[in-house]
Design a protein around this ligand. Structure first.
Ligand SMILES: NC(=O)C1=CN([C@@H]2O[C@H](COP(=O)(O)OP(=O)(O)OC[C@H]3O[C@@H](n4cnc5c(N)ncnc54)[C@H](O)[C@@H]3O)[C@@H](O)[C@H]2O)[C@H](O)CC1
Ligand SMILES: [K+]
Length: 520
């Protein structure tokens, strides 16, 4: 599945209509049938007699409204009571919307026009009072500014009624491309979107307005979708294809060696979480390059982890750098950053990793901040790099504001990946993974319970562990993100969301790994 923007979906529309000769009203009718079907599904699920289920449809002047008129037709032909209210005026209607508006009228569907100051608002109020379902067909991908006037009032009325709210394609008020909600917006219980989900209902805040998303085919051939440029792939179980195969005669030395450069005096936690996640990824050997002061607590927490320790108090001398270089020579992948701190000692370690590493490098947490301070380190590096910033760290790396990064998650990840020649894992409630060559994935997995200390350390360790087993950087990052979200959802299902801890992610990783291995 892909998340598409309005330009892509319009291009698909046009190709299907022009190249394949499928009339646009056929696409609209398919879309409308899907909406009407979901109304019937709701009636059946609520054990309501379909013919007793009252539906109110609010239509805008565009093709979103056209879907609404056409859906009303289908409900009417099913013998279901339906009322339609038009906002925006008949004179502004698109051709296809007009076709189904007129046909609905011919069938006997009641259509009233809502105008500012008009009398039909009372009828709308009455209709919504008795409605079981309300269908929002005001705006779809054509929204170009915050809804105002009669449109805003209609949205307020829909939000204020007790009916089950179904949005057509996009909840009215959501920017279909960015997910921004510039003004008033429908709070949908469900969104029936067509062909492929629109980016605006997968990225927040739009994702928070869409409710349950149903994706309905409307006759656009898959091969047209596949050949679209710049698609945003939505991660699912197929991410398992990126899981490195294990040698048949596996032994601990042949299942990946991962070096974790993490932790600092008094800060063992992040290092433990990251190293444990690398172990849980299936890597054969994980070695922590750590300060002597945390060695005991690390070995108590993870007996499986090897360790090379240094004494930060003695300062960063050539001996430590030599040991780090030797450890890099031992490893198949390296993670630097969790709990490393930002002092000159830590700076020296990250610099050494980027200068000397010929194996894939994952930079997380403090290493990202240090790399942002020294941009030439990334530029001059010799190894493939995966960066795993959250929005704030991305702001520091890119010089953008956090709000701008949050508003342009996909574009920011793509641009920075290309500029740095690095794989970007840009983390937020929706995480985007971008490859320097342009391939980009979106993870819908995970939940609010994962917004907790250490969650990022687990992800970074997981990604490094997969790269250490031979996953290529982009695939390993995508698989790590997918597994991380799946483990988080499994943990939430078992423990609830509120009290989730990063250690719960670790304990649910085996189940997540088992799940994707079985789906392959
Ligand atoms: N392939 C598909 O996915 C198909 C989608 N269909 C539906 O068509 C709409 C898109 O229709 P469009 O006419 O382009 O735009 P909208 O109906 O979303 O918008 C209506 C119209 O309203 C004007 N407008 C925009 N913002 C405002 C505002 N704030 N206030 C007032 N007026 C506004 C603007 O002129 C818009 O054109 C898509 O979402 C699907 O529902 C097809 O039915 C089938 C194929
Ligand atoms: K809508």
């Amino acid at each position: 599945m892909y998340a598409l923007d309005s330009a892509q979906i319009r291009a698909l529309d046009q190709e299907t209509i022009q190249v394949l000769g499928l009339p646009s009203v056929v696409l609209m009718d398919q879309a409308a049938q899907a909406v009407a079907h979901q109304v019937m599904v709701w009636a059946d699920r609520s054990r309501r007699d379909r013919r007793g289920t009252e539906t109110v449809v609010l239509c805008g002047p565009g093709n979103n409204g056209g879907d609404g008129f056409c859906a009303a037709r289908h409900l009417f032909l099913e013998g279901m009571p339906v009322r339609v209210f038009l906002v925006g005026g008949k004179d502004k209607m698109t051709r296809d919307a007009r076709v189904f508006h007129d046909h609905a009228l011919c069938l006997g569907v009641q259509v009233a026009e809502l105008e500012e100051g008009g009398a039909a608002w009372d009828s709308l109020g009455q209709a919504l009072k008795h409605a079981d379902v309300v269908v929002d067909a005001l705006f779809g991908i054509g929204l170009s500014r915050p809804p105002g006037g009669a449109f805003a009032r209609a949205i307020r009325e829909m939000n204020g009624c007790g009916a089950y709210r179904i949005a057509v394609d996009v909840p009215s008020g959501v920017d279909a491309d960015t997910g921004e909600v510039p003004g008033i917006c429908l709070q949908a219980d469900e969104t029936v979107t067509f062909c492929m989900p629109k980016k605006g209902i997968l990225f927040f805040p739009g994702a928070g307005m869409a409710g349950k998303v149903e994706v309905a085919p409307i006759g656009i051939p898959p091969f047209l979708v596949e050949r679209l440029e710049g698609k945003l792939r939505v991660l699912d179980g197929s991410a398992g294809a990126w899981l490195p195969k294990r040698p048949r005669d596996a032994h601990k030395g042949s299942c990946g060696r991962v070096l974790v450069v993490a932790g600092s005096p008094g800060m063992p936690g992040a290092a433990v979480l990251a190293a444990k996640a690398a172990c849980r990824s299936g890597a054969g050997l994980v070695k922590l390059f750590m300060d002597r002061s945390i060695r005991d607590v690390v070995h108590m927490s993870i007996p499986e982890v090897l360790g090379t320790s240094y004494d930060r108090a003695e300062g960063l001398d050539s001996g430590v750098l030599q040991e780090l270089e030797e450890a890099l020579g031992w490893a198949d992948a390296v993670l630097a950053g969790p709990g490393l701190s930002l002092d000159p000692f830590a700076e020296g370690l990250v610099r050494q990793v980027l200068e000397k590493s010929r194996i894939p490098v994952v930079l997380d947490a403090d290493a990202l901040t240090l790399a942002a301070r020294n941009p030439d380190w990334l530029r001059d590096r010799k190894a493939p790099v995966v960066l795993t910033p959250h929005v704030g760290e991305m702001a520091r790396l890119s010089g953008m504001s956090g709000d701008d990064v949050a508003r342009r998650m996909e574009a920011t990840a793509r641009e920075y990946a290309r500029a740095q020649g690095a794989v970007m894992v840009l983390k937020s409630a929706r995480t985007v993974v971008a490859d320097p060559r342009g391939e980009t994935c979106l993870s819908l997995g995970g939940n609010n319970g994962m917004a907790t200390a250490g969650s990022g350390d687990v992800l970074a360790g997981l990604v490094a562990g997969l790269l250490g087993q031979g996953a290529e950087p982009f695939g390993g990052a995508c698989l790590g993100v997918h597994l991380h979200g799946l483990a988080g959802d499994l943990a939430r299902d078992a423990l609830g969301e509120r009290s989730l801890l990063a250690t719960d992610l670790l304990s649910h990783l085996p189940q997540a790994m088992k799940r994707i291995s079985e789906e392959m």
